[in-house]
Design a protein around this ligand. Structure first.
Ligand code: SAJ
Length: 408
């Protein structure tokens, strides 16, 4: 098959390369010409385990292009930001506009971008129908987690939502060329709802864990220990509290239900609980500064990425924590994983050597070796992920405040 992949980001690029490695001829298209040129000079635009090796194995069948090439299949993996609690389809619609001039009767369009529950039925399929040619269509939500994208793209089960049963079968065959997991067939609306439910499930459960963390601080118990013990029950799988929810999925997708229906009280409440966590972390910092009697502390945030061991800072709660903390402190942020962020980041050693209060925002492995005894300037550490151990504090006289545990 010849496949044109539109959008060479966190999902589109690995998908394009997996298709190329499976033997398809793949044209990658991105509106960012610098990214296209970079790829053709073998420069990858972001970090992802195994991506470099995959790129070397696949590059003979893959070419990045600055215009949309004709193909049997057009796969759309462009961003769908949130706008008014709905998926903003601007980039999907503009990708479709770019496909139109090269589209031929019988071609297939696949959308992988996260869209609202009824967007295929309400907008995308009618638009394709208006072109007046026979076509196949499927909505196939991506399910890969940043940091383990390649593995999950190959091994995870997939849901293919075809406009017709034949469309679904056709698209299943394409995915089966690189997916070893099961591929389940359904209609586009069910496929979209399924994707949004997966991330909403996680968001609601993280909100529950965060609420338990607030209870831990109020009622004087250690939420981390309580969750660990509760999870020994065979039917309980509590999630972990933290400084809030980031990333381009869990913090956004639940809104796509809220934007379509009034019957979303729990989903909305969970979003609000998780969105309030950065402010709570900032309050912990403020209280600590007051206790230490430092009028304008230097606060060092460790970690800017939205989760451990990735360079991805989309919707990161660390940015919200930093903005809140800046109201009463000088805030420095260090993250050796993140290189191209809008916020200027500081050198890790510099942050450790100058801060009065350290806040662990992202549990990157590289922070495991920090020895607080080496920095006499640090008076308190606020750990929002229950990350540091006694080893990090050996020989140090630092107050260790852990989110969701009794105030000392
Ligand atoms: N987090 C917590 N507590 C937890 C788990 C996560 O606070 O117990 C936080 C993380 O620190 C992070 C955020 O939630 O800030 C989200 O991280 P994540 O690792 O749970 O998920 P994502 O956003 O990286 O990827 C998710 C995945 N969805 C599910 O696990 C249901 C992935 O499979 C999807 O492909 C992806 O969303 C997507 O694109 O939709």
């Amino acid at each position: 098959m010849t496949v044109t992949v539109l959008g060479l980001g966190y999902i589109g690029l690995p998908t394009a390369l997996l298709l190329a490695k499976a033997g398809h001829t793949v044209h990658g298209f991105d509106v960012n010409t610098a990214r296209v040129e970079g790829l053709n000079q073998k420069q990858l635009p972001f970090e992802e385990p195994g991506l470099e090796e995959l790129f070397s194995a696949a590059h003979e069948n893959f070419k990045a292009e600055t215009s949309v090439q004709p193909a049997d299949v057009f796969l759309i993996a462009v961003p769908t930001p949130q706008k008014d609690k709905k998926a903003d389809l601007t980039y999907v619609l503009s990708a479709l506009e770019m496909i139109k001039p090269v589209f031929a009767a019988g071609n297939t369009v696949i959308v992988e971008s996260t869209i609202g529950p009824i967007d295929s039925r309400r907008t995308i399929i009618p638009l394709l129908e208006s072109w007046g040619m026979p076509f196949s269509y499927a909505y196939c939500p991506e399910r890969a987690i940043p940091g383990n994208t390649l593995n999950e793209m190959v091994k995870n089960d997939r849901v293919v939502g075809g406009k017709t049963a034949q469309d679904a079968e056709k698209v299943k065959d394409l995915y089966a060329s690189f997916v070893s997991g099961n591929i389940f067939l359904t209609d586009p609306t069910t496929a979209a709802v399924c994707k949004l439910m997966e991330n909403t499930y996680r968001d609601v459960n993280i909100a529950l864990a965060n609420e338990f963390a607030l209870l831990g601080e109020e009622l004087n118990f250690n939420v981390w220990e309580a969750i660990e013990l509760a999870n020994h029950h065979p039917r309980v799988h509590l999630h972990q509290p933290g400084p809030g929810v980031g990333g381009h999925c869990i913090a956004i997708d639940p809104w796509y239900f809220v934007g379509e229906s009034q019957q979303t009280a729990l989903i909305k409440q969970a979003r609000e609980i998780n969105d309030a966590m950065p402010q709570h972390v900032s309050e912990l910092v403020k209280k600590t500064a007051q206790k230490l009697q430092i009028a304008k502390p230097i606060v060092g945030l460790l970690g800017y990425a939205y989760k451990k061991n990735v360079d991805d800072a989309r919707e990161t709660p660390a940015e919200t924590v930093a903005r809140a903390v800046e109201g009463f402190s000088t805030c420095l942020v260090a993250d050796p994983h993140c290189l191209n962020t809008r916020r200027p980041l500081e050198d890790l050693e510099n942050v450790l050597a100058t801060s009065d209060i350290i806040v662990l925002t992202t549990d990157h492995d590289i922070f495991e070796s920090i020895e607080f005894s080496r920095y006499s300037n640090i008076l308190a550490v606020i750990d929002t992920r229950n990350f540091f151990t006694a080893q990090n504090f050996a020989g140090a006289s630092v107050e260790n405040i852990v989110l969701g545990t009794p105030a000392k």
